[in-house]
Ligand binder design. Structure first.
Ligand SMILES: [Zn+2]
Ligand SMILES: [Zn+2]
Length: 342
């Protein structure tokens, strides 16, 4: 949406009206359905058991962006982003201003106004009579309500970056059982919990896949339950410890992959100092000239490293990690802002 900077409020509103009707119905529907296919394939690829399910549960972020800062804006766009692919799946435009209504000075209780409004109603721009601040929650309710009908998705995990108003609005639906009822409750997760869980699920599914394909990942260098738990914890800690610095976070999340390589392990991403979990860097800090591997820190076999590489590529992606930066909501909003309101 490329609006000229000097666009007058009335013209802007007219444009918005057009977007709300024409482009929302066409572009949104076609594009969203294509995106939904990509999202579904990604979930099925990560978990084959979803292949035969009509409706699947997915994890999303719900972000609102306002035309102007500080909740004085009349316009809000709220988006649903799938967290596995990072793709924007759906959006809703909210508006609490209408030039037609603003111009009309008739007594709101008069018959004259009632008659005027009956004719104006279909072209009225207002779809959210409430405050600017509450637009995001109202949009979220609309977006969650159509997720099954439109995409066959339930948004059962909602990423939370501190503000719980969207989550509360969703949970309060259906007698406080959430949008999808008590069998599919919506949970609220912070970023670190969410992506650490995805690391564990990703590694677990590698173990399953290898088993099905008859690869031997038992024995030396195998991906045991303890090893999966350790990799998940190291990954979560790497994200948490570097929540102010994307580059550092990126490097730290890759550390365990290179650390556990059987062939030419690398420790330049591993934490340094005598308290490091990395035996190599710990011994260097203790001035050991040729560090020797700990008996409890066996490398992963080449086959396992190759099998888990796609999981690392997916979960160490900077676009994903960005969500876990401090002030993540602002960062996401700023980039969405640039696309929508510029
Ligand atoms: Zn109006
Ligand atoms: Zn290391």
């Amino acid at each position: 949406m490329d609006f000229p900077a000097s666009l007058e409020k009335e013209a802007f509103s007219k444009h918005l009206g057009k977007i709300q009707s024409a482009s929302r119905e066409e572009a949104n529907d076609h594009l969203s359905i294509d995106v939904a296919k990509i999202v579904r394939n990604a979930y099925v690829e990560a978990d084959q058991s979803l292949a035969n399910k009509d409706v699947i549960n997915i994890a999303v972020a719900c972000d609102g962006t306002w035309h102007k800062r500080g909740f004085t804006s009349h316009y809000n766009v709220t988006t649903i982003t799938d967290l596995l692919t990072g793709l924007i799946l759906d959006y809703e435009v909210m508006c609490n201003y209408c030039p037609g209504c603003a111009k009309n000075k008739m007594d709101r209780n008069s018959a004259e106004y009632e008659h005027w409004y009956a004719q104006h109603k279909t072209s009225c721009q207002i779809n959210h009579p409430g405050s600017s601040k509450s637009m995001e929650s109202s949009a979220a309710v609309i977006l969650f309500q159509r997720s099954v009908v439109k995409f066959n998705f339930r948004y059962t995990t909602l990423l939370n970056d501190g503000d719980r108003s969207v989550f509360n609005a969703i949970v309060s639906l259906n007698d406080n059982t959430g949008r999808y009822g008590e069998n599919h409750t919506v949970s609220n997760e912070d970023c670190i919990t969410h992506i650490s869980k995805r690391m564990k699920n990703g590694l677990d599914s590698v173990v399953q896949k290898c088993k099905i394909q008859g690869h031997v990942i038992d024995g030396k260098g195998r991906l045991t339950k303890d090893r999966v738990r350790a990799l998940k914890n190291y990954y979560g800690r790497a994200v948490k410890d570097n929540s102010g610095d994307l580059e550092a976070m990126y490097e730290a999340t890759w550390a365990t992959f290179f650390h556990y390589l059987a062939d030419k392990p690398r420790h330049n991403h591993c934490p340094e100092g005598p308290k490091s979990w990395c035996w190599y860097n710990r011994q260097l800090a203790e001035r050991v000239v040729s560090p020797v591997r700990d008996s409890n820190s066996q490398p992963l076999s080449k086959e396992v490293s190759e099998a888990i590489l796609p999981v690392y590529k997916r979960l160490c992606d900077k676009n994903l990690l960005k969500r876990c930066l401090r002030r993540a909501t602002q960062n996401v909003n700023e980039s969405i802002n640039q696309i929508i309101w510029k």
